[in-house]
Write a protein that binds this ligand. Structure first.
Ligand SMILES: Cc1cc2nc3c(=O)[nH]c(=O)nc-3n(C[C@H](O)[C@H](O)[C@H](O)COP(=O)(O)OP(=O)(O)OC[C@H]3O[C@@H](n4cnc5c(N)ncnc54)[C@H](O)[C@@H]3O)c2cc1C
Length: 394
């Protein structure tokens, strides 16, 4: 049964849902305030590491355009550093299936053009306000809202939201990879208790392979040094300085330069869970997905990965449904994703647990050097967001 679906927002949540629905034969209108060239010429948005199991929906939709060029992330490495000494070093944590990170500036721009070219789909470039949203609900069978974090249309769920403030000050840069760089297939995660965390993700950008580096600084800690939002070059200088606390990364990233002058971002995100259904003054309802509804800190790479699971499940539920897309169906569809193994609730648990890891988890990690089963279990939870009870068990 062909339905008419409007999707507001051209991030990974909106675009992947749009492609999956188009593939299933629906008429799709996607509304994005950004054009493909706005994305390409804009600043970096994310480090967008998508784990192997989460790449399936985009492959299924014929959107895996970078499989031959993007670095294959097959390994994980987790280190804990105290006073510049490495007290835990887990290397060669093979991922279940390779992960991939393609600069969202390229990926989303290409997906947007592909959707506009696809039969039965159009992309319109405009900002959708409440009046326009009402008009969309009158014209379409279903309206999905995937406008990213800070979407006040959906009310905060006080019961499920743990935080009222950002838990980290975040900075990210993309760095060129010299020919001799090792570990280009490894995502590296370093924890410095009391300061924050550092992630180094092999990625693909316009200039070719790069390392996407994210620093998560504990508020008020020694790494909390970019609240004045410095320009890209200055931001990289400050990150380089604090890398002295992680000597191996300080050495590995020495002499690196930014891939381009827009390859830097800094900011802070308040993790939040919102009610997924908004009823408009007309009485018609819209369903939210992606960061618009559940925003987590990027520490555990859960945002894009969760958006992918939501896109796949919401698209499948839309295709299966033959009745009206009322508020009840919307809530049911969201709840199925929220409670699914590895779904929204589990991803939120992983993110919030690693933001404030319980002492017994850190002790368990520290006492498990060379314990391959523990290493596999931990990386498996980050990859799939499943079995989250393990993180909290004594
Ligand atoms: C530094 C950093 C690193 C990250 N690293 C990872 C990672 O490695 N792995 C991972 O899984 N996640 C990561 N994330 C999180 C991930 O990037 C986000 O969760 C994900 O991109 C959210 O996608 P989205 O489609 O929900 O929202 P967005 O990407 O925010 O897209 C929303 C879109 O809607 C548009 N829009 C907004 N309002 C309107 C309107 N009124 N009308 C029309 N259009 C509108 C916006 O312009 C935007 O294009 C990271 C985030 C950050 C900040």
């Amino acid at each position: 049964m062909t339905r008419s679906v409007a999707i507001v927002g051209g991030g990974i949540a909106g675009l992947l849902t749009g492609h999956l629905l188009q593939r299933d034969g629906h008429r799709v209108t996607l509304l994005s305030e950004q054009r493909p060239d706005d994305l390409r010429n804009g600043p970096i948005i994310s480090t967008q590491c998508v784990f192997g199991p989460r790449l399936r929906p985009e492959r299924g939709a014929g959107l895996a355009f970078w499989d031959d060029t993007a670095p294959v992330i097959a390994n994980g490495r987790l280190s804990i550093w105290l006073e510049k000494q490495c007290v835990l070093d887990w290397s060669d944590a093979l991922l279940d299936s390779p992960a991939q990170s393609v600069d969202h500036r390229m990926k989303l721009a290409t997906w947007m053009e592909a959707l506009n070219d696809a039969d039965g789909a159009t992309v319109q470039h405009r900002t959708v306000d409440q009046i326009a949203l009402e008009a969309l609900t009158a014209e379409h069978d279903l309206v999905l809202v995937a406008t990213g974090r800070g979407c006040e249309l959906f009310r905060r769920n006080d019961e499920l939201s743990q935080h009222t403030e950002p838990q980290r000050q975040i900075a990210a840069v993309y760095l060129r990879v010299p020919d001799h760089a090792g570990d280009v297939d490894t995502i590296r995660w370093s924890i410095v208790p009391g300061a924050g965390e550092l992630l180094v993700v092999p990625a693909l950008t316009f200039t070719g392979p790069c390392h996407a580096v994210v620093v998560e600084a504990l508020p008020g800690g020694p790494w909390d040094v970019w609240r004045d939002r410095p320009r890209s070059g200055e931001l990289w200088e400050r990150i380089r300085e604090l890398l002295r606390d992680v000597p191996r990364e300080h050495e590995a990233l020495a002499g690196r330069t930014l891939t381009d002058d827009r390859a830097a971002l800094s900011g802070a995100i308040t993790p939040i869970v919102r009610h997924p259904v908004a009823v408009l003054p007309s009485g018609r309802a819209v369903l939210g997905l992606g960061d618009a509804v559940v925003t987590n800190d990027p520490l555990t790479a859960s945002g894009a990965n969760s958006a992918v699971t939501a896109a796949a499940m919401h698209a499948a539920a839309t295709t299966e449904h033959t009745g009206a897309f009322d508020a009840e169906w919307m809530q049911r569809t969201h709840d199925a994703w929220w409670t699914a193994p590895g779904g929204g609730r589990d991803a939120t648990t992983v993110a919030n647990t690693m933001l404030n890891p319980p002492p017994q988890l850190l002790e368990r990690l520290l006492s498990s050097t060379n314990d391959h089963a523990t290493l596999r279990k931990f990386t498996g939870i980050i990859e799939t967001a499943e079995d989250t009870d393990w993180l909290l068990s004594p």
